[in-house]
Design a protein around this ligand. Structure first.
Ligand SMILES: [Zn+2]
Length: 202
């Protein structure tokens, strides 16, 4: 299979009577985005913005890793590029964000990885602005966790996705970069620390 052939709806089974929707071996649920936005806001109010960021980063990471492991085993992709590129396709089709990859280069033997692109219609940025207004830092925490997990699973080593622009900061689009954790500077340290034990699972 090629990444461009993947259609989530073709393999998503709707349990209209038993209340269980399944995508291969994973149960999938659909929530109202406004309700998740409110939950997210209450989390920020309850534990503070830094801890909320860490928890949502971890939530996204666990989601991304579960999706990656499922896709890796459930489909026979033609090339490694297809396995990497289907991550953005799945995240888009899940209704989380429209992912527009721009540059992708990697060498798994050398541990080299660089991937950047844009996010359009991030539900997380949208909800953050509704509840908090514009922030002075990127706010698509769960999305960054998701991409970090997918690409760490792909590489078999810890890589981190961080936003360089974010709609939650007033930018017109979210822009992101993914690269190995040791290639990031001090600004990345809180994110790496929050994911430290989860990185051990990839
Ligand atoms: Zn963003």
């Amino acid at each position: 299979m090629q990444a461009s052939d993947f259609q989530l709806e073709a393999d998503l089974e709707y349990g209209t009577r038993d209340g269980v929707n399944a995508f291969k071996n994973n149960r999938m649920v659909t929530f109202n985005a406004d309700a998740i936005g409110l939950l997210r806001q209450q989390l920020i109010d309850a534990v503070g913005v830094d801890t909320a960021r860490d928890l949502l980063l971890r939530f996204g990471f666990q989601s991304g890793l579960a999706d990656f492991l499922q896709m890796k085993t459930a489909y026979d992709f033609e090339t490694p590029d297809d396995l990497l590129e289907v991550g953005p396709a799945l995240h888009t089709q899940e209704g989380i964000v429209a992912v527009e990859p721009v540059e992708m280069e990697y060498d798994r033997a050398e541990g080299h990885f660089y991937f950047n692109g844009l996010w359009h219609n991030s539900y997380e940025a949208e909800q953050h602005v509704i509840h908090n207004g514009e922030s002075d830092h990127p706010v698509c925490w769960s999305l960054m966790g998701y991409g970090s997990a997918w690409c760490s699973g792909f590489m078999g080593e810890p890589v981190l996705e961080l936003e360089t622009r974010c709609v939650g900061m007033g930018d017109d689009v979210c822009e992101w970069v993914i690269k190995p954790i040791d290639e990031w500077g001090p600004d990345a340290e809180p994110y790496i620390a929050a994911l430290e034990d989860l990185y051990a699972e990839v």
